[in-house]
Design a protein around this ligand. Sequence first.
Ligand code: DGJ
Length: 742
Amino acid sequence: MNIIYHPSSKIFHLYNDSISYLMIILRNGHLGQLYFGKRIRDKEDFSYLLETCERPMTSCIYEDDKSFSLEHIRQEYPVFGTTDYRQPAVEILQENGSRISDFKYCSFCVTAGKPALNGLPATYTENDDEALTLCITLKDEVTSVHAELLYTIFAKGGILARSVRLFNNGTQPVHLRRAMSLCLDLPDCNYVWQQLSGCWARECHIHTRSLAPGIQAIGSMRGNSSHEHNPFLALKRPAADEHQGEAIGLSLIYSGCYRIQAETDAHDTVRLLAGIDPFTFDWKLDCKESFQTPEAVLVYTDRGLNHLSQTFHKLYQKRLARGYWRDRPRPILNNNWEATYFDFTEDRLIEIAAKAKECGVELFVLDDGWFGARNNDKAGLGDWKPNKDRLPNGITGLANRIEALGMKFGLWFEPEMTNKDSDFYRQRPDWILSAPQRTTSHGRNQYVLDFSRTEVVDAIYEQMASLFKEAKISYVKWDMNRSITECYSSAWPSDRQGEIYHRYILGVYDLYDRLTTEFPHILFESCASGGGRFDPGMLYYAPQGWVSDNSDAIERLKIQYGTSMCYPISSMGTHVSVSPNHQVFRCTPLHTRANVAYFGTFGYELDLNKLTAEETEEVKEQIRFMKQYRAILQFGTFYRLKSPFEQNEAAWMTVSADQKTALVGWYRILNCVNDRYTRLHLKGLNPDFLYRNSQTGMCHFGDELMYAGLITSDETAGQVPSDITPYTDFESRIYVLEVIPS
Ligand code: DGJ
């Protein structure tokens, strides 16, 4: 890994074993982009990679050089209004009404490691030799606004982390109307764009399209990163697939309103922009103030989408997630939500927990409904005191009883919200986001607290922290069940109202930061009606998140498959729930529900007392199995093998670091009559190792399993011999492959 500056050609070269990133200081002082891709050898001059030519109808900077038009130059942090007609990375509104700026190179410095970003989640290093950071300072002469462009190249993997700090060194305040985290201008548009989109209970479905002229974008203007579009994008070459070919991944470490877009111009170059959504953003930057953008992470690979995902998985698992739980296998939990909803008493919870304990569950989680007047979803949010009718001994009493059973205890919160019917709201009705003289809209009967105000965050912190100090709470599920409307804060002046969306999410990060710092052993799971805020920003504070409110195993195939494009298996909250399922009313076999949930944090979302004796034994076996293999399932190298978006089957696998154990999940959605012969070509095994297949007892070398394949044909398809139980719809198997010691 190295960062080199060549003064003669004014070129920066950042490289490691996998990638190179080249930039040049242009004739006009702006920073140009030359190359991002597979590692190339360093040399003094690459300036010819900047192709310019005289084109008709272009506006040019210099009278004497008609080829120098920013419209046709690939840039690092472009502005609008000075010959470039594409969307800019930054827009600054000045006192005189001008929006034109002109950022020119000033200086650079290189530091070992990676600096933290003030108040924002970001990737980090533990040792200085893990990464190098280049900071390039640009300056707009007229406003004296400085832009510090940060580029961190990690020693391992094709990873480049980027962010920008804007500093007003001038004498007049300015308004940042747009401050993107990243601009990447690519020299051609021969890419397939792949996004993770959907809605509540259908998150992270993979959608693809070829890049076309004009702008294609995803984003959120909801205040949360959203169920609709995850802040992740992959651009892959048309011929690339899961196992080979070039791809670029872009992930934004942010949980609020965002935008990721690609603009393909008339000459087939592509401008990628990622950052805070400009439409909902207007930040007043007073003299001597600075603004830090969120971090955007770029990953390049020439080894296909699986490798792209594995690079993100490793980075986010080890250098984004933090704390006590980062590397620890996650406790198997039983959550009462789908078991009872709001209808429970302390004794009823103990009944559920006792059965869970008998089956081997390690953590009992009490979901919504334990506080204030929360008998339904119309009241109580904000009053984080136990409801004594339901819990006469309070949370402390319940937690003690759960601990006495030999389990840990976890609790649900929705810290950012309040109900009209709550003491919290009655006492402080002005602490919600709402606009003067406008109706305040509802979402799930609740209002959004004004987290742009420190006193609001403080008040919620006090309530949560005092409960954490008083009761034995080992896990917190942090929910968020509505998006923001009427985003206006009575605490801020009119010229700062465009800051509220971002200040809100900074308040959320602040509360997370205080709680995780003060209570480092509590395992936090983020949630926003399932996957409404399943993003890298949350992962920095909560190492796992509830992927979706849809707990149906077959629905989860697509959701988890899509989520795995960017997020590690250890981050995905996955539970076995009842059949018929509560979201799609589908009946699925118990083993399939577990076989899907194993690839995640794993738990149960049902009352185990309601199972038959036979099912209870099956659950005990599932839990025993998960305990045996969870370290590999959650932290192994994950490969997608068959896509549920493309066929009637899905398959994925995970391989231990020493390659001695692999677990393969195979899922068939509908049964087929007289089906084909099917095989899975496994990945990541050691070709020389001899593995025993748990399903057949047969032994195979790794090369055979990878190249000839693992046979998954269904022996009951067609004719059913009387001694075989026929398979049916929603069938699945887990193949455990364990090395035979030689
Ligand atoms: C939405 C969550 O995603 C569910 O799991 C559950 O916690 C409910 N909220 C409770 O209101």
